[in-house]
Design a protein around this ligand. Sequence first.
Ligand SMILES: CC(C)(COP(=O)(O)OP(=O)(O)OC[C@H]1O[C@@H](n2cnc3c(N)ncnc32)[C@H](O)[C@@H]1OP(=O)(O)O)[C@@H](O)C(=O)NCCC(=O)NCCS
Length: 142
Amino acid sequence: MSALHAVTFRPEETWSEATFDALLAQETTLAIGLIQDEDLFAMLVAQMVSGDAEILTLATHPAARRRGYAAGLVTHCEQNGSVGSLERWLLDVAADNHSAIDFYEKLGFRRDGRRANYYKRLEGDRVDAILMSKRLAGQAGK
Ligand SMILES: CC(C)(COP(=O)(O)OP(=O)(O)OC[C@H]1O[C@@H](n2cnc3c(N)ncnc32)[C@H](O)[C@@H]1OP(=O)(O)O)[C@@H](O)C(=O)NCCC(=O)NCCS
């Protein structure tokens, strides 16, 4: 997971194996992924709290993009009973991550607000976070 993260995110945003270990040790963590030839090439990690699932990270290997894999992971969670009573997705995404914002909007997420200067870049720049959500009541686990 950390190897996929490293080829997907900026160096300052990359999570270590220890970070993933700690997340996976929590019962509230939902983690699903797609594997081919023992290589993880897409993953979704979310934190489930009382019906809300906050997407902590979502990544598709650069060589496997625009083939519906990330959309498949999200819709699998929405439609699969094993995820439980998922009622709402929550997430924050960097305001300059236009491809991810386009991706989430295509899947029906809406923009709820903005956190100013939330992300700090290696160069010292600050970037706003866009807060997004998608309500799912009636679609999953209900
Ligand atoms: C965002 C990300 C997860 C999308 O993964 P993906 O597997 O390529 O996405 P999908 O193929 O399922 O895309 C589904 C739809 O989302 C939209 N979309 C996806 N990538 C897009 C892009 N770069 N630009 C515009 N729209 C995009 C399109 O509508 C696409 O459907 P289409 O290909 O039929 O037009 C991937 O680009 C990624 O790993 N980015 C870096 C990490 C990141 O920013 N994660 C999100 C923040 S946590």
